[in-house]
Design a binder for this molecule. Structure first.
Ligand code: ASP
Ligand code: MG
Length: 405
C-alpha cells in the first residue's frame, strides 16, 4: 500500500464530465489498495476569469482581497470533486488550504510556505477518507488567506506529499509528460521517461511550462518523487527523481525556449567599482528580477552591461535604469523586446567536452546570431532574435540526437 498525492490541474477538472473522470480514477487508485490525497486547481481558466472580473472593478485592488477572491476558484473544485467521489462510493472530505494546515508568510499573491501542519489531513486518512485539498492557497501567520503565486497548486501538492511522507506526488495535466522540447515548436520532440530534479529545475527555469519552478525546488529539497502524467489518457508519464549515479546520463535531455523576456543594454559606462552595484540595487529596490547578465570587456575603461528582464517588467526596469543613468555615467540605455532564449539542458554535459562547440556550430551553420550566452554546469542558454527561436530549437534538437524516428 502506498500513499499517493494526486494533483489535478485546471484542465483536469474543467467541467462536470472531467470531474467525474477524476473521481473514477481516484476510486480505481483506492481499489488498487492505495491511500490517496487529492489536490485540485480551479476549474479551467477560472482564476484568469476572476482576475479579469477584479480588473473591471479597479485596475489596482488590495492584494488581501485579490487573494480572498482567487482562492474561491479552488474552493469550487474541491467541493465538486468531493461530491463526485461520493457518487462513486468513495468517502471524502474537502479542506481549504487553511484547514489543511498550510501556513505561509504574509506576502499576498506570492506567499511562501513556512510550515505544514496537516493534522486534519492525517486524521481524515486515518478515518478512511480521501481528503480533497484546495491547491494554491494557505493562511498567513497574520491569519489572512494567501495564495502561493500562479500555478501554485503544484507547490501545495508537493508540500503535502513531503509533509505526509507520501510515496509519490502525481501531477495530472493536459500533456502526457515532460518532453525533450515543446512539441508545438519541435514536432519531433519525444516524451522523457525520467528526468533528474536538477534537470527539471533548469527546464522549469528556462521556459519548460509543465511544472512550476518552486514545486520542483521543493520536491528536490524533500526528495519527493514526482510523476507528471495526463488525466486524458491516464498513461504513465515522466518521473522526476533524484539522479541515480549508476545511470548513464543523457548528454542533452531537453531543449527549452522562452520568449517572455526583453533585453536592456546600458552602454558606455565607466569600468570602475560600484557601477553594477548601483544599477542592480536600483532594479532590486523596484522589485525587478534580473535574469541573464553580460558585461563586455572594457575598451579604454568604458564598458557595456546587458541583461534580461521579464517583458512585463520592461517599462519599470527602463525607468529604474534611466534614474541612475547620470549617476553611473552611462551614455545610453536601450531595450529590445524582440529576443528569445534557447537552452540546452542535460546532466551528462558536466562530463562531456564539445557540447558548447556543437551548440554554437549548429546555430552558426543555420545563420543564427547569438546575442548573449549564459551557462550552469548542466545548461547552456543563448539569447537570439525572437524570429530565430523556433528554427534554433528544431536544429539543436536534431543536432543533439533527440529527434523521434
Ligand atoms: N488556479 C491557480 C492558477 O491558475 C493555481 C493553479 O492552477 O495551480 O494559477
Ligand atoms: Mg496549473
Amino acid at each position: 500500500m502506498a500513499l499517493i498525492v494526486q494533483k489535478y490541474g485546471g484542465t483536469s477538472v474543467s467541467d462536470a464530465e472531467r470531474i467525474r473522470a477524476v473521481a473514477q480514477h481516484v476510486a480505481q487508485t483506492r481499489h488498487n489498495g492505495h491511500e490517496v490525497v487529492v489536490v485540485v486547481s480551479a476549474m479551467g481558466k477560472f482564476t484568469d476569469d476572476l482576475i479579469v472580473l477584479a480588473e473591471q472593478i479597479s485596475p489596482n485592488n488590495p492584494d488581501r482581497e485579490m487573494d480572498m477572491l482567487l482562492t474561491a476558484g479552488e474552493r469550487i473544485s474541491m467541493a465538486l470533486v468531493s461530491m463526485a467521489l461520493s457518487t462513486v462510493g468513495v468517502e471524502s472530505a474537502s479542506f481549504t488550504g487553511s484547514q489543511a494546515g498550510i501556513i505561509t508568510d504574509t506576502t499576498h499573491r506570492r506567499a511562501k510556505i513556512l510550515e505544514m501542519r496537516p493534522d486534519r489531513i492525517r486524521e481524515a486518512l486515518d478515518d478512511g477518507l480521501v481528503p480533497v485539498v484546495a491547491g494554491f492557497q494557505g493562511v498567513s501567520t497574520e491569519r489572512d488567506i494567501t495564495t502561493l503565486g500562479r500555478g501554485g497548486s503544484d507547490v501545495t501538492a508537493v508540500a503535502l506529499a513531503a509533509a505526509l511522507k507520501a510515496d509519490v506526488c502525481e501531477i495530472y495535466t493536459d500533456v502526457t509528460g515532460v518532453f525533450s522540447a515543446d512539441p508545438r515548436v519541435a514536432p519531433k520532440a519525444r516524451q522523457l521517461t525520467t528526468v533528474s530534479f536538477d534537470e527539471m529545475m533548469e527546464i522549469a527555469a528556462t521556459g519548460g511550462r509543465v511544472l512550476m519552478l518552486r514545486s520542483v525546488e521543493f520536491a528536490r529539497r524533500h526528495n519527493v518523487p514526482i510523476h507528471v502524467r495526463s488525466s486524458f489518457t491516464w498513461e504513465p508519464g515522466t518521473w522526476i527523481v533524484e539522479e541515480d549515479p549508476t545511470m548513464e546520463e543523457a548528454i542533452v535531455s531537453a531543449i527549452t525556449d522562452d520568449t517572455s523576456e526583453a533585453k536592456i543594454t546600458v552602454a558606455g559606462v565607466p569600468d570602475r567599482p560600484g557601477v553594477a552595484a548601483t544599477l542592480f540595487r536600483e532594479l532590486a529596490n523596484n522589485g525587478i528580477n534580473v535574469d541573464m547578465i553580460v558585461q563586455n570587456t572594457s575598451l579604454h575603461n568604458v564598458t557595456d552591461i546587458s541583461f534580461t528582464v521579464a517583458k512585463i517588467e520592461l517599462e519599470a526596469a527602463m525607468t529604474a535604469c534611466q534614474k541612475v543613468q547620470q549617476e553611473i555615467g552611462a551614455v545610453t540605455v536601450t531595450s529590445d523586446d524582440q529576443i528569445g532564449r534557447v537552452t540546452i539542458v542535460g546532466a551528462g554535459m558536466k562530463s562531456s567536452p564539445g557540447v558548447t562547440a556543437l551548440m554554437f556550430e549548429t546555430l552558426y551553420n543555420n545563420g543564427i546570431n547569438i546575442e548573449m550566452i549564459s551557462t550552469s554546469s548542466i545548461r547552456i542558454s543563448c539569447v537570439l532574435h525572437a524570429d530565430k527561436v523556433g528554427d534554433a530549437v528544431r536544429h539543436l534538437h536534431s543536432a543533439f540526437g533527440l529527434d523521434a524516428e
